[in-house]
Design a protein around this ligand. Structure first.
Ligand code: BES
Ligand code: MN
Ligand code: MN
Length: 472
C-alpha cells in the first residue's frame, strides 16, 4: 500500500508541470455559468474535463444534460466512473468514492483590477492567477490528476472504486445536479463523497471543512411610475423605487448586523461547546484579518460573537447590487420607473431555505413604501450543513494530510455554500469529506483569484494518499 502511494506521488511530482499546463488550458475557457452568452464556453469546459477523464482511463465518461423546458439554460454534468476495485482481503468490496467538483466560474468583473487578464492564466511568485484557478477548476483538477497518477502507476487500476461528477452550475445554485441526485441517485451510489472546493485555515495547516452555510439568493423589484420621469417636473409627487428599496433594505438589519426579519433566528443552532472551544484555539488574529483580508477600517457584525462564529455559524444578509436607473458618467435627472436589489441571506443549521424565504418575503411586503409595488423573487437556494467527523473517511483524510503536511488537521466550517453537499447527505445518505487546499487570500469571486501552486501539488498528493488509505 505504501508502495502504491509512493509510485503515484513520484509520478505526480515528475508530471507536475504538465498538470499545471493542462490546468491553464482549462482556465482559458471562460465558463461563466451565470452569463447566457458564455453557454458555449461552459459546454467546452465540460467537454475538456470529459476528454481528460477518458484519456486517463476512466470509464462510462459522458455529459449529462440538465436543460429542461423550465430551465432551458441548464449546463451539462460530467460523469465518469471506474468500478473495478479489488475486494479487500476479507472479501469486503472496495469502497466507492464520489469525487465532486465544479467547472463553472464566477464573472471576472471588475476587469481593470486584474493584474493579468482573468482568462489568460499567469504564474507569479508560486501562484497561478486566473478566474477559477482555485474555485474550482484547479481543485477539481487535483482529483483528476490524482486519479491519473494512480491509474498510470497501478497498471490501469485504482485502489478504490471511483465515480466522478463535475457540475457547471455550482456558482448559480446547482439546480441541475440537485435534480439529477434526486431523480437518479442510484447512478451515483457511493460510500463517501470527496469535495475539494473549500479553503485551508492558514498556509501549511491541513484543514477539513465540516460545515457550510446555506443560502437564499433573492431579488426585490420595486415599481413606481408607469415610465421614467423628469425629476424636476415630477419630484415631490412621484414615488422613487430606489429610495423605496433603500428604505426597505435599511429595515432588513440594524446597525449591529442583527437581521430584523421576524422569526428569522428561531431555528438557529448554537455550535457545540467542543466546537466553540476548538475555534478559540485556531491561530486567528482579528486585526491581521481586518487589515490583510478585509482591508476595511473596521469589522462589522453582531456583538458578542467572534469573527469565526459570525462568518461560520450565524445567519447574515447582504446586498450585491442594485441594477437600474442612471449609472452612466455625469448627471441625468430622472425618477426611474423601476429598480431592483439583489439581496442574499446565508443560513445556518437548522434554518431552512423555504421557511426563511417565506419569513423574508412576508416582512418585505409588510414594509413596502407608499406608491410602490414590490415583487420578491427567489433566484436560488441551498441548505446549510454540518457533517459528522466520526467515520473512517475523515480518519483516512487526516492521516493522508498528516503524511503530506506533517501536522494534525484542524476542523473548521466555511461561511460559503456548496448546495449539493446537503443533498449528498440527504439523498445519497453518504458522508462528505471536504478536503480543500485554497488559502484565505486566494481572492475567490474577486479580482486576481489565484491558486498557490504548492497547494495544488500537495493537494494531489493528499488525495492520492487518501485513496490508497481507503483501499488498503
Ligand atoms: N467554493 C465556494 C464555496 C466556499 C468557499 C465554501 C470557501 C467554503 C469556503 C463555492 O464555489 C461558492 O462560491 N458557492 C456560492 C454558492 C452559491 C452561489 C449558491 C457561494 O457561497 O456564494
Ligand atoms: Mn467553488
Ligand atoms: Mn465559488
Amino acid at each position: 500500500m505504501a508502495d502504491q502511494a509512493k509510485a503515484a506521488v513520484e509520478f505526480a511530482q515528475k508530471n507536475g508541470e504538465r498538470f499545471v499546463e493542462e490546468l491553464k488550458a482549462l482556465l482559458r475557457i471562460p465558463s461563466i455559468s451565470t452569463l447566457p452568452e458564455h453557454a458555449g464556453d461552459v459546454r467546452r469546459a465540460a467537454e475538456f474535463v470529459a476528454a481528460e477523464l477518458k484519456r486517463i482511463g476512466m470509464e462510462h465518461v459522458r455529459l449529462i444534460e440538465t436543460a429542461t423546458a423550465e430551465r432551458p439554460g441548464g449546463h451539462p454534468l460530467v460523469y465518469a466512473d471506474w468500478l473495478n476495485g479489488a475486494p479487500a482481503a476479507d472479501g469486503k468490496p472496495a469502497p466507492t468514492v464520489l469525487c465532486y467538483g465544479h467547472y463553472d466560474v464566477q464573472p471576472p468583473d471588475p476587469l481593470d483590477e486584474w493584474k493579468s487578464p482573468p482568462f489568460e492564466p499567469a504564474e507569479r511568485e508560486g501562484n497561478l492567477y486566473a478566474r477559477g484557478a482555485v474555485d474550482d477548476k484547479g481543485q477539481m483538477w487535483m482529483h483528476v490528476k490524482a486519479l491519473e497518477a494512480l491509474m498510470e502507476t497501478g497498471g490501469g487500476k485504482l485502489p478504490v472504486n471511483v465515480r466522478v461528477i463535475v457540475e457547471g452550475e455550482e456558482e448559480v445554485g446547482g439546480e441541475g445536479i440537485a435534480d439529477f441526485v434526486r431523480e437518479h441517485g442510484d447512478q451515483l451510489r457511493a460510500d463517501v463523497a470527496l469535495v475539494s472546493d473549500t479553503e485551508m485555515f492558514a498556509a501549511d495547516l491541513p484543514t477539513l471543512c465540516v460545515g457550510l452555510r446555506g443560502m437564499i439568493y433573492t431579488e426585490i423589484e420595486a415599481r413606481g411610475a408607469r415610465t421614467d420621469l423628469h425629476s424636476g417636473m415630477y419630484g415631490g409627487a412621484a414615488p422613487n423605487p430606489f429610495v423605496a428599496l433603500a428604505q426597505v433594505i435599511a429595515k432588513l438589519k440594524d446597525a449591529d448586523g442583527k437581521i430584523l426579519i421576524p422569526g428569522f433566528y428561531d431555528k438557529v443552532q448554537k455550535p457545540s461547546d467542543a466546537e466553540l472551544t476548538a475555534w478559540k484555539a485556531l491561530p486567528f488574529d482579528e486585526e491581521h484579518y481586518r487589515e490583510t483580508e478585509v482591508g476595511s477600517i473596521a469589522l462589522t457584525g453582531e456583538p458578542g460573537y467572534s469573527v469565526l462564529e459570525r462568518t461560520w455559524a450565524r445567519p447574515t444578509l447582504d446586498v450585491h447590487g442594485m441594477p437600474g436607473g442612471f449609472t452612466g458618467a455625469g448627471a441625468k435627472t430622472v425618477i426611474p420607473a423601476r429598480a431592483v436589489a439583489k439581496v442574499s441571506m446565508r443560513l445556518v443549521p437548522d434554518m431552512t431555505p423555504a421557511e426563511s424565504f417565506a419569513q423574508y418575503r412576508a416582512y418585505v411586503e409588510s414594509i413596502c413604501p407608499k406608491g410602490i409595488v414590490l415583487e420578491v423573487r427567489l433566484i436560488h437556494s441551498g441548505d446549510a450543513i454540518v457533517v459528522s467527523t466520526d467515520n473512517r473517511y475523515i480518519q483516512a483524510a487526516t492521516g493522508a494530510m498528516h503524511e503530506v503536511f506533517g501536522k494534525e488537521t484542524v476542523f473548521v466550517r466555511g461561511g460559503g455554500s456548496i448546495p449539493i453537499v446537503g443533498d449528498f447527505e440527504r439523498e445519497l445518505k453518504i458522508p462528505t469529506v471536504m478536503m480543500g487546499f485554497g488559502l484565505p487570500d486566494d481572492n475567490l469571486h474577486a479580482p486576481n483569484e489565484k491558486f498557490h501552486l504548492a497547494n495544488f501539488h500537495r493537494g494531489i498528493e493528499s488525495i492520492v494518499r487518501f485513496f490508497v488509505r481507503l483501499g488498503g
